[in-house]
Design a protein around this ligand. Structure first.
Ligand code: HAM
Length: 439
């Protein structure tokens, strides 16, 4: 039997070129977090199933998860998201300095049907603020999101940060008498609004919510694209949730976050959100999945017992972000082909190997990345390898170089050759800023 050459469906397998693209994006995300003082943390991939059953809701923890019983009879889950683990970690850490501002890059697992923007193993950038109950936390998170998008070259108009409020939605639904059981269905149906055609959506609402007046209310509510629309002020005016969303809209305007747009149909799927919820969407038609989803979760940490700690944050999928960047041609040119080595050291014969190995070590000591030939192939084959790997500079170490201590540094793009002392190479490369990270 021959073994399959493919990984399991929906699992993440990246070639070095694809990994370089991912690393470029991760670097930008990390820089954006650091710019606002966020620190990195880690949690386990494998978690007790009960943690996610209690926190994420059964849709994610049961239907969409990889869960199993281990050899010790424990029911486990491959984390489908990070927030419950973060909440546990915060609940367990007595010595934290609030506000806690943490970020992480977990690999997550969801048993979903793979499709554009949806896979079964994915990296999700998480960024959360804990211990701030005011809207300043939401504002800061929106600022980070805008910085991420602009640092990756996205311009306003290509994406939108859509936001609403779970509190506002639940207030409206409760006021029209929607029962506790219907509530989850109502959220699910609101969430579908932009995913299907308008008439199909209305039909779905009416099919799901049997009471005609309630169905009308949901349709009207989910269609509000400004907190100031008369229907909404009439239905919710004076409530805490309505005042909050109006205040937040004002704060966004004052901060010049023009990419943010109120949209009452944003509810997000997770059970634990309690306040403002948001998502980043591509405004074009090609990517219909949210690039990022998040919101306020004020009860999650307190559910572990002990003190109540409020939270706001988001998860941003690297895959959905990649698709967005590809769509708008925002990936820096040549990034996937950029080899990490600054210089390729070709070795003429075994007689020069010891000299070449020592020379390579000295260059590495000063931060220059060197790939030295280890194949023992003839010189022309070595040079072909260097060329195919697109390494920027080549040096050949032959008997003459060993005797004279002088080498020729060849720039493979321009063809320019620079003769110099062995001791000068690092200085030349560093002066020309030809080594190290390009992005
Ligand atoms: P979420 O809305 O379930 O939120 O996921 C956030 C993002 O993760 C999505 O917008 C998408 O980019 C990415 N994502 C989710 N599922 C998949 C998948 N199957 N394949 C590829 N990418 C996917 C959460 O996970 C919350 N824990 C976020 C959060 C953090 N809320 C507060 N803090």
């Amino acid at each position: 039997m021959t073994l399959s050459r493919k990984p399991l469906k929906g699992m993440r397998e990246l070639t070095p070129g694809e990994k370089r693209i991912e690393d470029y994006v991760i670097k930008r995300l990390r820089e954006a977090g650091v710019a606002y003082g966020f620190e990195e943390y880690e949690t386990p991939v494998l978690e007790p199933l009960e943690l996610f059953l209690a926190k994420s809701g059964s849709e994610l923890a049961v239907k969409q998860s990889y869960n199993f019983t281990d050899k010790g009879g424990r029911k486990l889950i491959m984390r489908p998201e990070l927030t419950p683990s973060l909440a546990r970690m915060v609940a367990a850490s007595g010595e934290l300095i609030y506000p806690v501002k943490w970020m992480s890059f977990p690999v997550c697992y969801r048993y979903e049907r793979p499709q554009r923007g949806r896979v079964r193993e994915f990296v999700q950038f998480n960024l959360d603020i804990l211990g701030v109950s005011g809207l300043e936390a939401e504002l800061e998170v929106f600022l980070v999101l805008r910085r991420i998008m602009s640092s990756l070259g996205a311009s306003r108009g290509q994406y939108v940060i859509r936001y609403s409020s779970r509190k506002l939605a639940s207030g409206i639904l409760e006021s029209c008498g929607i029962t506790e059981e219907e509530m989850a269905q109502a959220y699910a149906v609101i969430d579908k609004k932009d995913k299907i055609k308008p008439d199909e959506w209305e039909e779905l609402v009416r099919k799901t919510i049997k009471d005609e007046r309630n169905a009308d209310t949901i349709i009207k509510f989910a269609s509000c694209s400004d907190p100031d629309v008369p229907w909404l002020s009439e239905a919710a005016g004076g409530s805490e949730a309505f005042d909050e969303i109006v205040r937040f809209s004002g704060m966004l305007k004052d901060a010049g976050i023009l990419e943010a747009q109120f949209d009452a149909s944003v509810v997000r799927g997770l059970d634990y959100y309690t306040g403002i919820v948001f998502e980043v969407m591509d405004t074009g038609g090609k990517n219909r999945r949210a690039i990022c989803g998040g919101g306020r979760y004020d009860n999650l940490v307190g559910m572990f017992g002990g003190q109540k700690v409020t939270g706001v944050g988001f998860g941003l999928g690297l895959l959905t972000l990649d698709l967005f960047l590809e769509t708008y041609d925002l990936m820096p040119e040549g990034i996937s082909g950029k080899h990490p080595a600054d210089i390729f050291l070709a070795v003429y014969s075994d007689g020069e190997r010891a000299f070449a190995v020592n020379f390579a070590e000295k260059l590495r000591d000063v931060g220059i990345s060197v790939e030295i030939d280890i194949t023992g192939k003839n010189l022309s084959k070595q040079l072909k390898i260097a060329d195919r790997k697109s390494i920027g500079y080549i040096v050949v170490i032959g008997p003459e170089e060993v005797v004279s201590g002088r080498i020729t540094l060849r720039n493979m793009t321009s063809g320019i050759e620079t003769e110099c002392e062995v001791s000068e190479v690092s200085g030349i490369l560093i002066d020309r800023n030809l080594c190290g990270e390009a992005n």
